[in-house]
Write a protein that binds this ligand. Structure first.
Ligand SMILES: Nc1ncnc2c1ncn2[C@@H]1O[C@H](COP(=O)(O)OP(=O)(O)OP(=O)(O)O)[C@@H](O)[C@H]1O
Ligand SMILES: [Mg+2]
Length: 455
């Protein structure tokens, strides 16, 4: 009998070690090593390789069907996927517990236009529990088959027998391969089953959606190893106390990763939000210092987002800086620009910056908005409620041009804003556009100029 191999695996990134380590040398996380036993299951074939089934094909001779995607019937989902579910692809949907992953997937099963059937394998809930949810979401699909199963071998046999178009595995952490002695949810199990699902997807041209839970640290439980194995990684995020949910592509072999989809969780299920700008800025305080609106581009879609800042005298030796939804380092950098270029004495003030609605912005085009929110709170002067700010701020205090400025300005105009401050370099594009007429657009060269207009 082959000798059992005993080793320790980092549950966060999958790093393997022969001995236990307190800190992972690969991802620098503490206390993530867990002992696992792996029995070698592969057989040796004396080094012989059979080439009878392998035949290289000229790239020009490869035939593809014209329709190689299934539209999910949910516009937001299709956009994030880059135009529907690609046949034979493996998609991972990750998210915090209870965020609504199963709800989203079940709704997709109802609306997606597949040719034959969908198999929904649930390892977490009984089929009766899912039926209760399906009734609540009014799922009426006639080609949806439910299976409550955790054994991967059964899943494999089932997919060969039924030959569905789409398989849902909810969740990957509950599945196990009996050939491995490690517990379900461990790195070796999750990795093995994902590789198995990948084989099913590619060999039988079946699209597979895997649901994965996210750990406290924010990576998909244990296995970040999973992310590079699958074709597409989507994260379903949101604030627990808010009803809005954001679907974000982190990796996509068949589309852009900049797109986001926005949903609202209601008792009838997830409802697509067609016009997120209106929702993101609704309930905005008027004439209050520290609140500004920026026009951010999420993939191909412009979105108006409210940014708030609070600057107050510090009671400690070291001033506090806090950033929610924006990069912390960006905040310190922009505050340094305000100190040096504008002369605002911020060194003995605490500063808190927050993106409203639980969104995350990582676009440089939001810099001008962030800097103005901080300055507005510092001077205790409010920014006009009808003004949108667009622009990247450089270290010398210059306002740099941003991409696709016309889309951003159009979104502000459509939502009813009257003024827009943009980088001076972008003004030429705006001047040539006849569609932009109901909004007063002003170009600024640097932060001082923007401040003199706004505050
Ligand atoms: N009747 C209801 N009305 C409104 N929202 C509901 C209702 N029932 C459930 N929800 C929402 O659905 C969420 C659970 O959805 P779902 O089970 O799809 O999440 P999940 O991410 O699959 O969870 P898990 O991690 O347990 O698998 C709840 O947190 C709640 O927000
Ligand atoms: Mg679930």
């Amino acid at each position: 009998m082959a000798k059992q191999k005993l080793f320790f695996i980092c549950q966060d990134c999958g790093y393997e070690s022969t001995g236990w380590l307190g800190k992972c040398p690969s991802c620098n996380q503490w206390n993530t090593f867990v002992e696992e036993v792996l029995e070698p299951t592969y057989k040796k074939n004396n080094g012989e390789v059979f080439l009878s089934n392998v035949k290289p094909i000229n790239i020009n001779d490869i035939q593809i069907e014209s329709e190689d995607r299934y539209m999910t019937g949910m516009k937001e989902m299709d956009r994030v996927l880059g135009g529907g579910v690609v046949k034979g692809s493996l998609i991972l949907v990750g998210g915090d517990p209870g965020i609504g992953k199963s709800t989203l997937i079940l709704q997709i099963c109802d609306k997606i236009k597949v040719n034959s059937k969908i198999i929904y394998i649930s390892g977490e809930e009984s089929i009766k529990q899912i039926k209760i949810r399906a009734d609540r979401l009014s799922v009426k699909s006639t080609n949806l088959l439910m299976v409550s199963e955790t054994n991967f071998k059964v899943v494999q046999a089932l997919s060969q027998k039924e030959k569905p178009d789409l398989i849902i595995v909810d969740s990957i952490q509950t599945m196990f391969n009996e050939e491995l002695s490690a517990a379900p949810g461990s790195v070796s199990q999750v990795r093995d089953i994902t590789a198995g699902l990948m084989r099913i997807a590619k060999s039988m041209n079946i699209a597979i959606i895997i649901v994965g839970h996210v750990t406290k640290e924010g990576s998909i439980a244990g296995p970040r190893v999973l992310e590079h194995m699958v074709d597409t990684v989507l994260y379903f995020e949101g604030e627990r106390h808010l009803s809005y949910r954001v679907l974000r592509a982190v990796k996509n072999r068949f589309g852009s990763t900049n797109e986001i989809g926005i949903f609202e969780m209601k008792d009838i299920g997830l409802v697509e939000v067609e016009n997120p700008s209106v929702i993101m800025i609704s309930g905005r305080p008027e004439n209050v210092p520290g609140s500004v609106v920026v026009s951010s581009l999420e993939g191909t879609r412009p979105m108006l987002i409210e940014i708030q800042a609070l600057v107050c005298p510090t009671s400690f030796g070291m001033p506090r800086r806090m950033a929610t939804g924006v990069d912390y380092n960006r905040i310190t950098l922009l505050m340094a620009v305000l100190e040096k270029r504008v002369g605002m004495q911020l060194h003995n003030f605490d500063a808190y910056v927050n993106v409203v609605g639980g969104l995350k912005v990582d676009e440089p085009a939001c810099d001008l908005g962030i800097i103005m929110a901080i300055a507005s709170s510092f001077r205790n002067v409010s920014v006009d409620v009808n003004t949108v700010l667009i622009g990247e701020v450089g270290l010398t205090g210059e306002v740099r041009a941003v991409n696709q400025v016309e889309k951003r300005v159009m979104e502000a105009m459509r939502t009813g804003f009257k003024n827009c401050i943009i980088p001076l370099r972008n003004m030429e594009v705006i001047k040539t556009m006849k569609e932009i007429n109901n909004i007063n657009v002003k170009g600024v060269e640097n932060v001082q100029e923007a401040l003199s207009i706004i505050l």
